[in-house]
Design a protein around this ligand. Structure first.
Ligand SMILES: Nc1ncnc2c1ncn2[C@@H]1O[C@H](COP(=O)(O)OP(=O)(O)OP(=O)(O)O)[C@@H](O)[C@H]1O
Ligand SMILES: [Mg+2]
Length: 365
């Protein structure tokens, strides 16, 4: 187990990436605080605190966490729909917040977002063809009516919406939810993005069509080498599509690892809680989800220390006093938890009983 000094607050970027090439997306210390309340009672919602990660070309990073953990805020900040309070966003190594005060058209093209609600993201008065033709025209990806029509047909075919001419003439309400989400994906692809930010893209779809959309995203990642951030509540779908998974809790990143490692050997008590809630047919009904008590901390006035401490069955006095540093617990597997830090005691076997107390075992790596 390797301890990284507390002063180095961001998760280590080098062990996280896979290919050795510079990451397409590299966010460092991203923080977003929303001011709320009146002039005399101003407070801040700490929606995102010190979030750092990288995504390589052709890689999907899943961002998992419960409602309110800051996942959408992270995506909106990276898409530059909202400005961060602090931190850096690097695209192919360029610090874009420094180099462009306002996001350029090129940034808007290179970083595309897919939203949760495919209906809300399409304008009901325009045809599907119009939705796909507009970005092609704005970003000069096709010229002339014929070329635009051909590119629209190509995009619709890529996302499996055929016959393309028929689909292009339809309005959003004439398509199913899954078909609409495919249109949203086609629209994002129209401009050849480098980064795709998919914010819960399947959560509003019927279970029967979710797999189709996930498989489509996976295929496009392989074929086009796009760096994707896949945001979800569901750690099981994160494993399916994410090469790596990072877990967020109350605006902070608490653990990250290759997705299979994270599900097989979760280290952080919160990740273990999430993993314990995934149905596992092999384990049968005997498998029990970890029961947690306590409240999610207020983001308005977050207490010092680990945000999960009030609910953590393993909390030690230090957990309420000091934010844990980053600990490496395996190859490309890091955790932010005092149990793994100097003087900490790791939890017993990850597959062991959910309610196990603290084991006195050695390093978890
Ligand atoms: N514009 C805003 N003003 C004030 N608070 C905000 C604003 N946008 C988000 N928040 C708060 O920031 C926190 C994180 O919200 P966010 O939408 O990022 O969570 P999330 O992880 O995407 O949740 P969900 O899974 O429900 O979509 C929440 O407490 C939310 O209320
Ligand atoms: Mg959200």
């Amino acid at each position: 187990m390797v301890t990284i000094p507390l002063s180095q607050t961001q998760p280590p970027t080098v062990p996280m990436g896979g290919s050795g090439a510079p990451p397409v997306l590299d966010v460092r210390g991203l923080t977003k605080r929303f001011p709320v309340g009146g002039m005399f009672n101003s407070k801040q919602v700490h929606a995102l605190e010190d979030v750092s990660f990288t995504v390589d070309r052709g890689e999907t990073m899943a961002l998992v966490g419960e409602s309110g953990s800051g996942k959408s805020t992270a995506a909106r900040v990276i898409a530059r729909l909202i400005a961060p309070s602090a931190g850096e966003i690097r695209l192919d190594g360029v610090d874009v917040l420094k180099s462009e005060r306002q996001p350029s058209l090129a940034y808007r093209r290179r970083v595309q977002m897919i939203f949760q609600d495919p209906f809300g993201s399409l304008n009901p008065v325009h045809t599907i063809g119009h939705h796909l033709a507009r970005p092609l025209e704005i970003h000069k990806k096709a010229r002339g009516r014929r070329e635009v029509r051909e590119r629209v047909a190509e995009l619709l075919t890529t996302v499996g919406l055929t016959p393309p001419d028929e689909v292009a003439a339809k309005y959003p309400h004439q398509l199913s939810g899954g078909q609409r989400q495919r249109v949203a994906i086609a629209r994002a692809l129209a401009v050849d993005p480098d980064v795709l930010l998919a914010d819960e893209p399947i959560s509003m779809l019927d279970v029967s069509i979710r797999m189709g959309v996930l498989n489509l995203m996976d295929r496009l990642k392989e074929e086009r080498g796009i760096a994707s951030l896949y945001i979800t509540h569901d750690i099981a779908s994160a494993r399916y599509i994410g090469d790596r998974t990072t877990v967020m809790y109350a605006g902070r990143m608490v653990e990250g690892a290759p997705s299979t490692t994270l599900l097989d050997e979760p280290a952080h008590p919160y990740t273990r809680l999430l993993v314990s809630a995934v149905p596992n047919p092999r384990a049968g009904l005997a498998k029990r989800a970890i029961q947690v008590r306590g409240e999610v901390p207020s983001l308005l006035d977050p207490p010092p220390g680990c945000p999960f401490a009030p609910r953590c069955p393993h909390a030690m006095p230090i957990c309420r006093e000091m934010m844990p540093g980053i600990e490496m617990v395996g190859p490309r597997h890091w955790v932010r938890c005092h149990l793994y830090g100097p003087g900490g005691t790791t939890i017993g076997s990850p597959a062991g009983p959910a309610t196990a107390g603290l084991a006195t075992a050695g390093p978890a790596a």
